[in-house]
Design a protein around this ligand. Structure first.
Ligand code: HPA
Length: 310
């Protein structure tokens, strides 16, 4: 796949040139739509959707709530800013290689994308970031990257730096744009937070001990996507912005109740109150995406407008 991907990208540029009018062919901003957030492209003007299946090198997104197309269009007043959105992304947990996961970002780079806004649904580890909050990501904690699972593993390529620095991975300038856009929209300050994203491979949600571990390590939210795309975008020289929508709170109880004590108390005729059994579900994640998708859409749109002016 890796060896053929440059040829695939070149032929995709040829395919797109036959489908798209000139003004849509050179998008300035790329968007990655997270779970339940495909409506981010709903208000593109002159929107044209190109299914991944009509392009080369794309995987097939198998996750419920994700589409499988690139959406091209214009955002903002006047001529508008040309943009491209991924409706449906690829995850390692679907069995995709990390090079397949990041491939669409490389296509965007070749189309000329300068800034990318990557969205996702995430679980919160921080009580100050309740369900429904949009979190502007400033840093990440990627256990897979620290343990030999990194999309940039492989022979050095002359066009890329070998040892990519990540201290500036989350563009300071774009993080400012997030808050300037929120201000222009008059969003209440509680709508928007800042934090660190922990990337886990999934598909399992975190165990309570894992949730405690990530929180203790400094993560604010946790999810199963985004970081591979961030790394590829950074490698391609694209400015990166990540917005996480908190769809659930990660179950992180302070400790464990002893079942021995529970059984002994029951046998002694003094039963303890039951412990609630809480579980997160994908349906809950999608429902919050649907509920808050409009806020995310207006924020992303306003950001693009501001980027068009700068
Ligand atoms: N954990 C991991 N990924 C997620 C979660 C979560 O709690 N919520 C949405 N994506």
């Amino acid at each position: 796949h890796e060896d053929t991907s440059l040829e695939f990208i070149a032929s995709n540029l040829d395919i797109l040139a036959t489908i798209l009018p000139e003004r849509l062919l050179k998008p300035q901003v790329g968007i990655v739509c997270g779970s339940g957030l495909s409506t981010l492209a709903a208000s593109f003007r002159e929107r044209i959707e190109v299914p991944y299946s009509s392009l080369k090198g794309f995987g097939i997104s198998t996750v419920h709530g994700h589409k499988s197309a690139l959406a091209f269009g214009l955002v903002g007043p006047g001529d508008g800013v040309p943009v491209v959105a991924m409706l449906g992304r690829f995850h390692a947990y679907e069995g995709h290689s990390l090079s397949t996961v990041v491939y669409p970002v490389r296509v965007m780079a070749r189309l000329g994308v300068k800034d990318i806004i990557i969205t996702n649904a995430a679980g919160s580890l921080d009580p100050a970031l309740p369900v429904g909050t949009i979190v502007s990501i400033r840093d990440h904690l990627a256990l897979p990257n620290l343990t030999g699972f990194n999309p940039l593993l492989g022979p050095a390529k002359p066009q890329y730096p070998r040892f990519l620095p990540l201290s500036t991975a989350y563009s300071h300038s774009l993080r400012r744009t997030v808050f300037l856009a929120a201000h222009e929209l008059g969003l209440p300050s509680s709508t928007l937070g800042e934090g660190t994203y922990a990337w886990v491979s999934g598909p399992t949600y975190e165990s309570p001990a894992e949730g405690r571990f990530l929180r203790a390590a400094g993560a604010s939210v946790v999810g199963m996507s985004t970081v591979p795309e961030v790394l590829a975008a950074k490698e391609e020289g694209i400015e990166v912005c990540v917005l996480s929508l908190v769809t659930n709170f990660v179950v992180v109880p302070d400790g464990y109740r002893s079942v021995r004590e529970e059984v002994e108390a029951e046998l002694a005729g003094r039963p303890l109150p039951p412990v609630p059994q809480v579980e997160v579900s994908h349906e809950e994640v999608l429902a919050i995406g649907k509920e808050k998708g409009e806020v995310m859409r207006s924020l992303v749109e306003k950001m693009i407008e501001l980027l068009g002016k700068s």
